[in-house]
Design a protein around this ligand. Structure first.
Ligand SMILES: [Zn+2]
Length: 225
């Protein structure tokens, strides 16, 4: 028989038994102050099937998602390449990228996700501005301004006022993918839909756009933490 491992028992003045499986797949049990070990295990035995299947689900999800711990040795994508993270006791700024690796300050690990996000957003703004200027003058399409957005559902968009919005996660992708999204949104300034005329415009600026579009469809999910 498979033994169920309890990761944490929380006793309180509650009268009922409760349990949860957290994001790491750990079993947390909440019991009345005076609950005996026997009573706790009796309760777990009844729920065994549910606990094991839930933990299995969390484990599978973790394998797919590689949740970030911001620990030394973890790798982070930038412009299509993976860079190792090093953690130093004291590092200013908290996060530094030196073209070979990322260096994070140990005292910033708790906030690492927001520090990385801010760093990626800053790079995204710089890179998208430069690439948009480049393609704008190359294709002779004038835009108003660009903004960097945080969304899971769109890579970019073009407003009625010809403002272009780009998803910061794209700075994890290779530059030619970034360029494709820039060309796509710039083309929307002339054609606000996905008609043949629109795609003809895209092709005239970027003849091999289909490869990049497919890359995004297949690999887009990897650009998220
Ligand atoms: Zn579009």
């Amino acid at each position: 028989m498979e033994e169920i491992k309890i990761d944490r028992i929380i006793r309180s003045s509650r009268k009922t038994y409760g349990m949860e499986i957290n994001k790491k797949g750990e079993l947390i049990v909440r019991v009345p102050n005076r609950a005996s070990d026997k009573a706790i295990h009796k309760m777990l035995d009844k729920k065994k099937k549910w606990i094991l299947s839930k933990q299995e689900l969390v484990r599978k999800r973790c394998e797919q998602k590689h949740p970030r711990e911001f620990a030394e040795g973890e790798e982070f994508l930038y412009l299509g390449n993976n860079y190792k993270l090093y953690v130093l006791d004291r590092n200013r700024p908290h996060l530094h990228f030196n073209d070979n690796c990322f260096v994070l300050s140990r005292d910033a690990i708790e906030r690492a996700e927001s520090i990385f996000t801010r760093w990626y957003r800053q790079q995204a703004h710089k890179i998208f501005l430069e690439r948009t200027k480049h393609y704008s003058s190359a294709a002779g399409i004038r835009y108003n301004r660009i903004s960097i957005k945080d969304t899971r559902t769109r890579w970019g968009s073009c407003s009625g006022r010809d403002n272009l919005n780009f998803n910061w996660h794209l700075v994890m992708a290779p530059l030619n993918i970034i360029d494709y999204v820039v060309v796509h949104e710039l083309s929307h300034i002339e054609e606000k839909n996905h008609s043949k005329k629109f795609w003809d415009k895209v092709i005239s600026i970027m003849p091999d756009y289909k490869n990049h579009r497919n890359w995004l469809k297949e690999n887009g999910h990897s650009l998220f933490f």
